[in-house]
Design a protein around this ligand. Structure first.
Ligand SMILES: Cc1cc2nc3c(=O)[nH]c(=O)nc-3n(C[C@H](O)[C@H](O)[C@H](O)COP(=O)(O)O)c2cc1C
Length: 166
């Protein structure tokens, strides 16, 4: 079974998670870039507004051919209790027909993941995919090593290898 990990990360935490998953699950990995400037305090506020409204953004790559993959992980930071605009845009641009999908999100506060995961699941479902698992990680005050260890813990606890990959 071919596994792909797609992620967006502004600050690097989701990227560490995605890379750890890719290494342990022997999955291909693709980073989605948001072409809008998200740096600085004002842009952070605007980013929360964009996420809350589920506004689309310009991304690179703008869409992906998923035909070679059976299982696809989608990773996003939680912004304003929602997925980041880059991931909302990507999910809307791809064909998820017949795909098994695993969602993951990083966040700073307990409970912020609920709507993020719910909204992504709805969107994937409406485009023909099936979410088989989802999980989240609180990253506040965590070092990169902590995030790697926590992700390795999730791989074990959720028995992620059961779904495919390595
Ligand atoms: C614009 C913005 C909005 C955020 N909103 C939330 C939020 O609503 N709830 C939360 O728990 N964390 C929130 N965070 C924190 C991020 O979800 C958290 O730091 C995440 O791990 C960042 O991932 P990244 O380093 O991959 O970008 C927000 C961060 C940013 C930049």
């Amino acid at each position: 079974m071919n596994t792909l990990i797609i992620y967006y990360s502004e600050g690097g935490s989701t990227k560490i998670m995605a890379r750890t998953l890719s290494m342990h699950l022997k999955a291909d990995i693709i980073e989605i870039k948001d072409l809008k400037n998200r740096k600085g305090f004002a842009n952070r506020l605007l980013s929360s507004v964009d996420a809350f409204r589920e506004s689309k953004t310009k991304i690179s790559p703008s869409k992906l051919d998923l035909s070679n993959y059976d299982l696809i992980y989608i990773g996003t930071p939680t912004w304003a209790n929602k997925p980041a605009p880059a991931i909302i845009t990507l999910v809307d641009n791809c064909n998820w027909q017949g795909k098994d999908v695993i969602l993951f999100t990083t966040m700073s506060k307990e409970g912020s993941d609920e709507i993020t995961l719910e909204r992504l699941e709805e969107k994937v479902y409406l485009r023909g995919g099936r979410v088989v698992e989802s999980f989240s990680l609180i990253t506040k005050d965590k070092s990169p090593e902590d995030i790697i260890n926590d992700t390795e813990g999730l791989i074990q606890t959720l028995v992620l290898k059961m779904y495919g990959g390595a």
